[in-house]
Design a protein around this ligand. Structure first.
Ligand code: ATP
Ligand code: MG
Length: 460
């Protein structure tokens, strides 16, 4: 079996070998090469110690020197070169508590999670595959190296990784490995939120995000996302729906483009439903207010999973807005855009389309047509350059200060009033009109609160 190594990887291997060491490409890059996929990064494993690696290359970074990893830099490209090691038990971080270096490639491969990730390659002796990784690749399955329960006992994150790789590669999880996930799912509690988040996001952005169902089936989501389990258990008896809330979410995630924000928004968009479900006298289920509650839950969950605030803000807005009704005419669209204070409308339309595709086919064509009209109106507003935010107003805060409006909350409120006016009537977005209007707003404000003036001149 032949793998074409990038030139710089070849150089690293040869350099180490010329100095009397062994070196191999290892792990994900070997797996992806054998699958005909472009590896994201190339990792190298070697019996050279970190200090020895550093002495052989001009530019290196101490990425995780205590775990044996040095990054070798060629221009902008970096390659992680790690000394053969045997891992102890993992702590609640990304790395094992203590590692021991070893002189044996086989022992290094032995510490790796799955057979497909435990292969090494160097040109002169080809593939080193001690645990049947190539066969598992061929038969498209995820299997632990050695005893699955033992391996999950060392690092519970591997259970999330099994599900994630099955989604990325469209592989099945071998029976004993899957049994061990079911048996040990609860021990995921020991793993940090950051590590769980990374695997969760990789699964969502994969070609099979609907394999998140495995989180529910194995008991993993009971640990890190019990709200999802509630969705999986919540039925929807309604003409617009044909799935449980959870299954609807899975279909919807798969239907949307594989963008991190969109996939997260789709996954969470109906999380509020189990909390507000009401069944009427005809047995029809209703979920009034689910978007607002869903937004709150999404924020809580994403904080818990340590997402960054920018992603949380965007995903929450999409969750809150997924059911937003906007009349397909320009004024209503401008109002919605001004109220949003966030330019995520193209994404919102993608969310709405994916949502529709995951509902029953009742009125589906009509829903798509309505959405297409809405998109057209949105594009018309954007093309026309209509002002929908304060910074597009024909006046600035400075202009208003020039009129005598003091900087502060009053100024912000005046600008908002001007925006509301322009949103109703774009032709008003002219400096002289808005200046006159601002003066009027300010006078009104002052006559409404005359005591403020008195405070300034107590003796008059
Ligand atoms: P990708 O980069 O696409 O996420 P990968 O297989 O390269 O996939 P990495 O997290 O980059 O995954 O890890 C590189 C290699 O390190 C893996 O292929 C595997 O051999 C080993 N590895 C990573 N994480 C673990 C773990 N938690 N337990 C055991 N081995 C692991
Ligand atoms: Mg990798």
């Amino acid at each position: 079996m032949q793998i074409r190594l990038p030139g710089q990887v070849g150089t690293i291997i040869t350099t180490l070998e010329n100095a009397g060491f062994e070196a191999y490409a290892v792990g994900g890059c070997v797996r992806d090469s054998l699958l005909g996929r472009e590896p994201e990064d190339w990792d190298i494993t070697t019996n050279a110690k970190p200090a020895e690696v550093k002495s052989l290359f001009r530019r290196t970074i101490d990425t995780g020197i205590q775990h044996g990893t040095v990054t070798v830099m060629f221009g902008k490209n970096g390659y992680e070169v790690t000394t053969y090691r045997v891992d102890g038990e993992y702590e609640d971080g990304r790395h094992p508590k203590k590692v021991e270096f070893t002189g044996s490639l086989r022992e290094d491969l032995c510490r790796r999670d799955f057979t497909i990730n435990a292969m090494a390659y160097r040109p002169q002796d080809g593939l080193v595959d001690c645990f049947g990784g190539a066969l598992d690749l061929k038969e498209r399955r995820i299997r632990c190296v050695g005893d699955a329960a033992e391996r999950f006992g060392e690092d519970a994150l591997r259970m999330m990784r099994a599900v994630r790789f099955s989604a990325q590669l469209s592989f099945t999880i071998e029976e004993k490995t899957l049994d061990a996930v079911r048996a040990l799912a609860d021990s995921l509690r020991k793993v940090s939120a950051e590590r769980i988040q990374a695997e969760f996001v990789k699964l969502l952005c994969s070609p099979n995000p609907d394999r998140a169902a495995l989180f529910y089936e194995t008991g993993l989501s009971a640990v890190f996302l019990p709200e999802f389990d509630d969705c999986m258990r919540t039925m929807q008896n309604h003409p617009h729906h044909c799935y449980s809330v959870g299954e609807h979410l899975l279909h919807a995630v798969k239907a949307v483009r594989a963008d991190r924000t969109l996939r997260l928004a789709m996954f969470f968009h109906d999380f509020g439903k189990p909390r507000v479900k009401q069944t009427d006298e005809n047995g029809i289920d209703h979920f009034h207010g689910h978007a607002a509650i869903g937004e709150k839950m999404t924020e809580q969950i994403m904080r818990r999973l340590k997402f960054d605030t920018d992603t949380i803000r965007k995903v929450c807005w999409l969750v809150r807005s997924h059911d937003l009704k906007i009349e397909p005419e320009k004024r209503a669209m401008r109002r919605a855009m001004a109220a949003a204070g966030m330019e995520l409308f193209p994404e919102l339309f993608e969310v709405k389309a994916a949502d529709i595709s995951a509902q029953s086919d009742y009125l589906r064509e009509e829903k798509y047509e309505e959405l297409a009209r809405l998109r057209a109106v949105y594009e018309e507003v954007v093309r026309g350059g209509d002002c929908v935010c304060v910074k597009d107003l024909a006046v600035t805060g400075r202009d208003l200060i020039g009129l005598g409006i003091p900087a502060g909350p009053g100024l912000g409120a005046a600008l908002k009033k001007l925006l509301a006016l322009v949103v109703e009537e774009p032709a008003y977005n002219k400096k002289e009109i808005l200046m006159t209007e601002a003066e009027r707003i300010w006078k009104e404000e002052q006559s409404a609160c005359p005591d403020k003036e008195e405070e300034k001149e107590p003796n008059s």
